[in-house]
Design a binder for this molecule. Structure first.
Ligand code: GAL
Length: 416
């Protein structure tokens, strides 16, 4: 009996100790769409955080779906329901400024930028993209490039073609490949990847100045120049796979890697996937070029993290933001992610051949912002752009799509 009592006593003590240390532990919930195959870079950052702050338990909440298509909806429900995560992923630019900043739901991080000296550590243009109404609303963890054409050098050699430099050349190369029996030389995935392809076509057809003029409202979507974008887009799509809607962006990349398609246009998270997950070597196993007609132009986007007002674990969230803003944090995350550091002082020896070439283009190229990944247009335009795409895909009518885009631009007051 005595022995039994002693065992009970020990168990009670263990329980009380565990309960006490659990309550003494901190917690941090971060929210993003970097799930599964997209997760390794984020996980490396979380691992570093856990080493630095072993008593803080990190809850890594992810909602699968490339470019945040599903995560944004879940985030909205949580923000409006008064249950914000401690820190969430959001694209630098209008995606945050036009939503949660306008709704006064975000903490102004300008004081942190000042006390930590971050303003001088990031490019001025990027800080401007994160700023509005005198505040700075999130911290950038990377720079991704949207306008990249991916291919396998060995397959192109086998097929006797080279990476096309213009959209006209792209069309003639695809025609040649089809004549050789490759039915769908271009691989596309689910809905948002169509929009991703569209922004590369638009940049190539319009050039950087007219692309930017669309977002400042100076060039109308129904201007003949912009109608031509849809016409070219339609021709490009005629070389794409018929089962696109069933493929995630990773599955589209897999098709390329297997040699079932010659080209894919995707942001450079595809490099992260090919190197980190598929263990392929840049320049040897896969190759890349600026998407047709966009050499010398870098269509950028940046993933950032902000802190909503009233979060449960504010101190832990600030520690998180500080880690991802640090040189160390950025150089842990980006070599795995396929992006380059947003900071100006990152250690490029840690990056592979693809990222080094992207960094060079980032420094020397003309910079424009991505539509699909939140940089140039307000969410009110972005969220309706899918409808414009549907209108186009249903009738392949360039003018109808262009008019629909202009109607939305007018409705949301684009550029005003
Ligand atoms: C982008 C995001 C990238 C990557 C990609 C695919 O919007 O900025 O980091 O996650 O979507 O999901």
């Amino acid at each position: 009996m005595k022995r039994f009592m002693a065992v009970v006593l020990v168990l009670v003590c263990v329980f009380l100790f565990a309960a006490q240390s659990a309550s003494a532990q901190g917690k941090l919930e971060i929210f993003s769409w970097w799930a599964g195959d997209e997760g390794p870079a984020l996980q490396a950052l979380i691992d570093r955080y856990s080493t630095l702050y072993p008593t803080i338990g990190v809850v890594n909440s992810t909602v699968t779906g490339g470019s945040g298509v599903n995560a944004r909806a879940v985030l909205k429900t949580r923000m409006l329901g008064g249950d914000p995560p401690d820190s969430f992923q959001v694209h630098a630019g209008q995606e945050l400024i036009g939503t949660w900043v306008v709704a006064k739901r975000m903490e102004d991080l300008a004081p942190l930028f000042k006390s930590e000296g971050w303003t001088a550590k990031f490019p001025a243009g990027l800080v401007a993209l994160l700023s509005s109404k005198g505040g700075i609303w999130s911290v950038p963890v990377n720079i991704h490039r949207s306008n990249v054409l991916w291919y396998l050098p060995a397959k192109l050699k086998e097929w006797g073609v080279t990476a096309p430099k213009t959209w006209d050349e792209f069309l003639s190369t695809c025609a040649a490949l089809r004549a050789k029996g490759l039915q769908s030389p271009l691989v596309v995935g689910e809905s948002w990847t169509y929009q991703h392809l569209w922004e590369s076509v638009a940049l190539g057809v319009l050039g950087p100045d007219d692309w930017s003029a669309l977002w400042s409202g100076k060039l109308k979507f129904n201007d003949p120049k912009a109608v031509k974008v849809w016409e070219t887009f339609g021709k490009v799509l005629s070389y794409a796979n018929a089962d696109a809607s069933g493929l995630s962006w990773q599955q589209a990349t897999d098709r390329l890697v297997k040699g079932d398609a010659a080209f894919n246009i995707m942001g450079d998270w595809a490099a992260g996937y090919m190197v980190t997950t598929l263990k392929l070597k840049p320049n040897a196993d896969f190759g890349w070029a600026a998407s047709p007609g966009t050499a010398g132009v870098f269509m950028m986007l940046s993933d950032s993290f902000g802190i909503p007002l009233g979060v449960k674990n504010h101190d832990a969230a600030v520690k998180w933001i500080k880690l991802l803003a640090s040189k160390e944090g950025q150089d842990i995350f980006n070599p795995l992610k396929g992006s380059i550091a947003a900071r100006l002082d990152s250690d490029m020896t840690k990056y592979n051949a693809y990222s080094q070439s992207a960094a060079k283009d980032w420094q020397s190229g003309k910079i424009v912002g991505s539509l699909v990944h939140g940089a140039v247009a307000p969410e009110s335009f972005n969220s309706q752009f899918g409808t414009v795409m549907d209108i186009f895909l249903n009738g392949m009518n360039a003018k109808a799509a262009a008019n629909a885009a202009q109607a939305i631009a007018d409705q949301v007051g684009l550029g005003k």
